[in-house]
Design a protein around this ligand. Sequence first.
Ligand code: GMT
Length: 379
Amino acid sequence: MNVGIVCYPTFGGSGVVATELGNALAAKGCKVHFISYSQPVRLNIFERNIYYHEVNVHDYPLFQYQPYELALSTKMVETAISEKLDLLHVHYAIPHAYAAFMAKQILKSEGISIPVITTLHGTDITLVGKNPSYKRAVKFSIEQSDYVTAVSKKLREQTLQFFNCTKEISVIPNFIDNSLYQKHENCEKEAFAQKGEKIITHISNFREVKRTRDVIEVFAGIRTKIASKLLLVGDGPERSKDLDKAKELGLGRDVIYLGKTAEVERILCLSDLFLLPSESESFGLAALEAMAAGTPVISSNAGGLPEVNLNGTTGYTCEVGDVAGMTQKAIHILESDKLHKTLKQNALEQAKAHDIKSILPKYIDVYEKALKSKEKPTH
Ligand code: GMT
């Protein structure tokens, strides 16, 4: 099967999911063609069956804003023809599903029929999709996709409700390659903490929606009771305000900012607790990654998070903004080795249930259905 995957190339969850899915499909023998404006961060270009097609947006002085959707749909059309793509799988509705609709129409005019599968990831619906000026276009792109998947039940529910649409949306939860985490069993805790200190970790793109200030405040509360360090991984617009807050609270060198890194598995391996207090989260891939490393999670109960972080089982969920509750739960976990051990075991089980090996067939199933229902070419 020749699959075209359109995604964002950045560290964000949708790009990671799309890339890992493509890597897994390639390992199964599919030819996977990534279409993006830059090489996806987790793309293994040394792997067989992986190809990369860059979208080039040409600068032209007339345009104040360069037309990315136009360049993207053109690249989809070119790639579909040159690589004889069987289908296009676009991750994140905006503007990918919109550009895919155009590509499909252009190909149709040339007698080529290609199904479009759209995977909704979260902020494409919950934040950007809610922008009233985008609503019609996003709804249209979803309805015009041949198949639509969402990464959690909550996201499906929110999509159907918000856009008042009747489109069938299958839920395919995000996944993890557990084997990547098993490699890191000898954690180098002493790299960041003194003997006996606990390590608390947060990983995100430090946007407002992640409520990273809550992370700092929860840590400040934990630190009054338990000797610990906070590792902050990732980068984004809120980062400097967060570090200012840490200074203001006198957290000094106990907050360690690590920035963007490809060493996520090694960091999670040495973490005792993972914090994800987001305002909105369709799934929370970072929480699942923490669980794969056996790290219990304290998160908010926003969006799809309760489907991933099972309250009282893999960690705890609290109301958005409940800093006191999160702090109390965190201390409760860190003070009891017995509880920590139980949550760790359950977290590992939850990660196993979301292994790529069991989720990949769900996507292949959608692809097969899409191919079966493919329109007949006109010539
Ligand atoms: O908003 C982000 O954090 C990035 C965004 C993305 O699309 O790259 O993440 C969304 O997709 C992830 C992968 O499906 C989900 O795990 C995240 O929960 C979701 N983020 C939000 O809903 C805020």
